[in-house]
Design a protein around this ligand. Structure first.
Ligand SMILES: C[S@@+](CC[C@H](N)C(=O)[O-])C[C@H]1O[C@@H](n2cnc3c(N)ncnc32)[C@H](O)[C@@H]1O
Length: 413
């Protein structure tokens, strides 16, 4: 499916999509959506659909309605009009982040941007965000189902007059890019397929398009954004290219490489919490933070701050130090009111030893334990289960290395 690098997709999806875009299909989808919303189970739902719209439409309508219901928490009201597959839904970026990327891309360049190539459009999340930002979009995909989904989606959302959906191979288009343009567009979005056979492809050379095309695009088209795996090695990022890691509610959701005309810094950590966006940036590698003994507060940096290599900037801002040169936990004398970290009051520091830890928690009346770890092989959930006790209190136990030694920190919540 458009979802992965294999280029395969379930038989018949294209035909189902065509059927569902007819007037009868639209009626079948509406009925399926209302049955879903009413909580009707799959067997009863299919029976009712078959009786009302016929066997040919019943299954596809139920399947698409099920996906729309799954998409609603992320896509909001758009979900009720979108055509998605399991794979395209799984690989789709968050629309609010796609809109943010589109806005940044379109303000770059000396003359602004009026056309963008979306090189691997899948079901069209980026294409939709770009079209809504007001530019013409050339939506390209090697996969016919992806192209059909994008075409259906831009039409459903009233954006078809700004979008051209075409078959094409991004590898070839990028290799032919000249004069800062690709496929006649002044800017590009590339979001390579990074899964195959349901599994993540850790090696960027196996993405589709592969890493060579990513580098080629960044080199040839200066107004570009490429979505990459959050685990991408910093050494891969070409000089002069800004890498950005974005987290939402404490989890990394995307990593981006910005083309030369869009890049303004070396690295950026974007932290989104409660709808508020905070950005930490550095013009050059800030190097490591200093290390010092554990003090009264432990701070856990947001993963976007860690992945972007900016822990030392957060440390400097908080007057904090690392507990160990190899571990991204910070410590200081005060709670930090900062988007970059979550703070825990340190109550006990002891060498890691299960028996001693258990006894200490019992003595403190702790019954509920949350375990966090970094630089340790323990299984947090298993340890939390072992440490659970009859007490009324709760604690966060952080298992990590402090100055090279396995250590447990018992923290207040
Ligand atoms: C990760 S998805 C894109 C997701 C999309 N940006 C979104 O947010 O919904 C990657 C897409 O690239 C397409 N693709 C993979 N290799 C390609 C190539 N060489 N040329 C064009 N498209 C390609 C896949 O078919 C797939 O639809």
């Amino acid at each position: 499916m458009p979802a992965d690098a294999s280029g395969t997709h379930p038989e018949g999806m294209l035909e189902q999509l065509t059927l569902l875009r007819t007037a009868e299909g639209t009626a079948a989808l509406e009925l399926a959506a209302s049955l879903h919303a009413a909580g009707v189970d799959v067997l009863a739902g299919l029976d009712r659909l078959r009786a009302a719209v016929g066997a040919e439409l019943a299954g596809p309508a139920w399947g698409f309605a099920r996906l729309r219901a799954r998409a609603r928490p992320v896509f909001g009201a758009d979900a009720d009009r979108l055509f998605l597959t399991d794979d395209t839904l799984e690989q789709a970026g968050r629309p609010e982040l796609a809109a943010r990327r589109a806005a940044r891309l379109l303000t770059a360049g000396d003359e602004g941007v009026d056309s963008v190539a979306d090189l691997g459009c899948a079901a069209g999340t980026d294409t939709i965000a770009l079209a809504r930002a007001g530019v013409s979009v050339l939506a390209v995909d090697v996969d016919p189902l992806a192209r059909a989904l994008t075409a259906a989606n831009v039409e459903a959302l009233g954006l078809a007059d700004r979008v051209w959906v075409v078959a094409g191979d991004a590898v070839e288009l990028v290799a032919a890019a000249r004069g800062g343009e690709v496929a006649g567009c002044a800017a590009a979005v590339l979001d390579p397929a990074r899964r195959a056979g349901g599994r993540r492809l850790l090696d960027p050379d196996r993405w589709s398009p592969p890493w060579t095309t990513v580098v080629d695009l960044l080199d040839r088209v200066p107004v570009t954004v490429v979505k990459v795996a959050p685990g991408l090695d910093h050494d891969r990022v070409p000089a002069g290219i800004e890498a950005e890691w974005v987290s939402v509610k404490g989890s990394i959701v995307e990593a981006l490489l910005w083309g030369r005309e869009v890049s303004t810094v070396w690295r950026r950590a974007t932290v989104v919490r409660g709808g508020v966006v905070a950005e930490l940036t550095a013009d050059a590698d800030p190097g490591p933070a200093p290390t010092a003994p554990v003090r009264g507060w432990l701070h856990e940096p947001d993963p976007a701050v860690i992945r972007s290599g900016l822990v030392s900037l957060a440390a400097a801002e908080l007057g904090a130090t690392l507990v160990d040169p190899t571990i991204a936990y910070l410590t200081s004398d005060a709670r930090a009111d900062s988007p970059w970290v979550s703070s825990y009051r340190v109550e006990e520091v002891l060498p890691f030893n299960l028996k001693r830890l258990k006894a200490l928690l019992r003595a403190r009346g702790v019954g509920r334990v949350t375990v966090k770890k970094r630089g340790s092989a323990i299984e947090p959930e298993e340890l939390a289960r072992q440490l659970r006790g009859p007490g009324e209190g709760s604690a966060v136990v952080v298992v990590t290395r402090v100055a090279g030694k396995p250590t447990a920190l018992v923290c207040g919540v």
